[in-house]
Design a protein around this ligand. Sequence first.
Ligand SMILES: Cc1cc2nc3c(=O)[nH]c(=O)nc-3n(C[C@H](O)[C@H](O)[C@H](O)COP(=O)(O)OP(=O)(O)OC[C@H]3O[C@@H](n4cnc5c(N)ncnc54)[C@H](O)[C@@H]3O)c2cc1C
Ligand SMILES: *[C@@H]1O[C@H](CO)[C@@H](O)[C@H](O)[C@H]1NC(C)=O
Ligand SMILES: *[C@@H]1O[C@H](CO)[C@@H](O)[C@H](O)[C@H]1NC(C)=O
Ligand SMILES: *[C@@H]1O[C@H](CO)[C@@H](O)[C@H](O)[C@H]1NC(C)=O
Ligand SMILES: *[C@@H]1O[C@H](CO)[C@@H](O)[C@H](O)[C@H]1NC(C)=O
Ligand SMILES: *[C@@H]1O[C@H](CO)[C@@H](O)[C@H](O)[C@H]1NC(C)=O
Ligand SMILES: *[C@@H]1O[C@H](CO)[C@@H](O)[C@H](O)[C@H]1NC(C)=O
Length: 487
Amino acid sequence: MRSSTPSIPLLISLLQAASLVASTAVPESVDVAVVGAGLAGLTAARDLIRGGKSVIVLEARDRVGGKVYNKPLANGAVTEVGAEFVGPTQDKVLGMISDLGLEIFDTYAEGQTIMYRNNTRVPFTPDPQLGGAPPVDQSSVLQIGAARQQLDAWAAELNVTAPWSHPNASKWDAKTFDDYLTEYADDADARFVLTTAVKALLSVEPKEVSLLYVLAYIAAAGNETTTGSLERLVAAKGGAQESRVVGGTGLIPTRLAEKVVGSQRVVLNAPVTKISKCSKGYKVVSRAGTVVAKKVVVAMAPPLLKQITFEPALPTNRHRLNEDTKMPPLGKGIAIYKTPFWRKDNLSAAVQSDSGSSRVVWDSSPDDASFGALLGFLLGDEMRAIDKLSPAEAQAKIIPDYVKYFGPQAQNVTEFVLQRWDLEEWSRGGPVAIAPPNVLTKYGKALRQSFGGIHFAGTETSEYWTGYMDGAIRSGERVAKEIQSSL
Ligand SMILES: Cc1cc2nc3c(=O)[nH]c(=O)nc-3n(C[C@H](O)[C@H](O)[C@H](O)COP(=O)(O)OP(=O)(O)OC[C@H]3O[C@@H](n4cnc5c(N)ncnc54)[C@H](O)[C@@H]3O)c2cc1C
Ligand SMILES: *[C@@H]1O[C@H](CO)[C@@H](O)[C@H](O)[C@H]1NC(C)=O
Ligand SMILES: *[C@@H]1O[C@H](CO)[C@@H](O)[C@H](O)[C@H]1NC(C)=O
Ligand SMILES: *[C@@H]1O[C@H](CO)[C@@H](O)[C@H](O)[C@H]1NC(C)=O
Ligand SMILES: *[C@@H]1O[C@H](CO)[C@@H](O)[C@H](O)[C@H]1NC(C)=O
Ligand SMILES: *[C@@H]1O[C@H](CO)[C@@H](O)[C@H](O)[C@H]1NC(C)=O
Ligand SMILES: *[C@@H]1O[C@H](CO)[C@@H](O)[C@H](O)[C@H]1NC(C)=O
């Protein structure tokens, strides 16, 4: 039977959708206005509420989570188009996952890795003792090993609170990571492997990022009792890609917002356009309304602050930091299959390639392997090229890469999800705002410096796991403490 009247379930879901959007109004005044409902902002709100403060969270998008997002699939499941992995020493995100009643599972990393180099496909066994030494020429293997040791040793000397205070900071900050490769790891294959690593981590070309920034990023890949290392950044087992969240990381911010912060304290579709000082604190102007707050938490990447007008203007150091740090072009091309067919070929789905649109791939299938998902990262210059294409053209360009790596079965895609974070108004890229040369030493100090009653959170401001969900949570906890002690 067909009818033009919408079904009752449909009506209910429409009503629910409408009520979610319209339910929270912007109050006249609060103790603290939090701008941004990513993990940083939501964590700050959680702790301030626990400290007895009145809080409103203003979020630009029609959803919470920022760069953590479960995108629905046609098969009824979800895929993680933003943050996906967690690992040891990421104590805060692991704690939050468990507090929210969520579970983790091992990232699929059984079997061989594919090296696609000089038009040749070579499956190899990643040897954990050698940090996964790839099948490249011997002089490069030596250069890669030496570079890893040297980068770790330099990083270990940095003070994670102030990497710019190291005696050699200006020297390192004047160089790009490309300069480092030219000096210490210039053989073709060493350059390829280390370039792939830094692109996989930061989605930048080596010439776009400061060496000091890379060292600080390595230093931050640990916790108060465990020194950071490049190995922990790039590894699955024992590293940042060790585990995933059952049901997807997107459940972390949605549960945090609904069960802990409270949906009534989160206003969606409320991009903040202006923050101006007034007699009672700050007038925070959003497209959903204006609130007067004693204190403001701005919880987003520094470059996004350029989309907000501050009155009075931010101090010069902070302004320059917002101007000069950059959001790298980053995306994912996720191909969904009936099964994770590569597993029966003894492949983990891990790829390192020197050509194509997607050169770094992981297995992103759900924990029960009820379907297969290949996650192809779109990084740096490859992302820039894909940005010029329509989604259909992008898919037509990316799938042949997967066929090259995994064989003709990779053509049998049931769904393709293209996520381009750099094209999103409220992200402008990812995973984190990076520093080109001579930015950290000049303006790094401004990262965590509050300005009047305005406090800055966001993963960029974290001492540990900057760039990660863990760093975002740590930053939210820090600003909440700063405000508790001053309000
Ligand atoms: C493709 C990709 C893969 C990643 N992989 C991992 C991973 O495997 N593991 C991991 O730990 N991390 C990963 N990350 C990084 C992780 O997603 C981020 O570090 C983290 O989510 C940052 O949280 P945040 O709260 O600091 O910022 P965001 O998540 O960016 O939150 C900022 C919020 O502010 C909102 N906003 C912006 N402007 C305004 C405005 N004017 N008014 C109101 N609201 C505004 C935004 O909409 C957003 O909700 C990945 C990121 C990407 C993009
Ligand atoms: C740091 O990480 C290690 C290894 O996971 C863990 O044993 C330790 O408890 C963590 N330290 C802190 C301070 O949380
Ligand atoms: C499968 O991969 C593992 C890990 O790389 C390797 O040790 C093993 O020899 C491989 N098995 C076969 C049959 O190739
Ligand atoms: C790839 O080609 C370059 C340049 O000819 C060469 O230096 C390198 O050793 C080759 N690498 C592999 C793994 O074949
Ligand atoms: C690290 O830097 C911070 C900020 O400048 C400083 O307070 C702290 O004492 C430094 N720590 C060490 C071990 O030098
Ligand atoms: C710092 O620079 C000096 C002078 O160039 C050099 O001798 C020293 O080894 C450097 N320290 C590190 C950790 O690289
Ligand atoms: C693709 O799927 C079709 C239909 O299920 C099947 O007939 C075909 O063999 C598959 N192709 C490959 C290469 O697996």
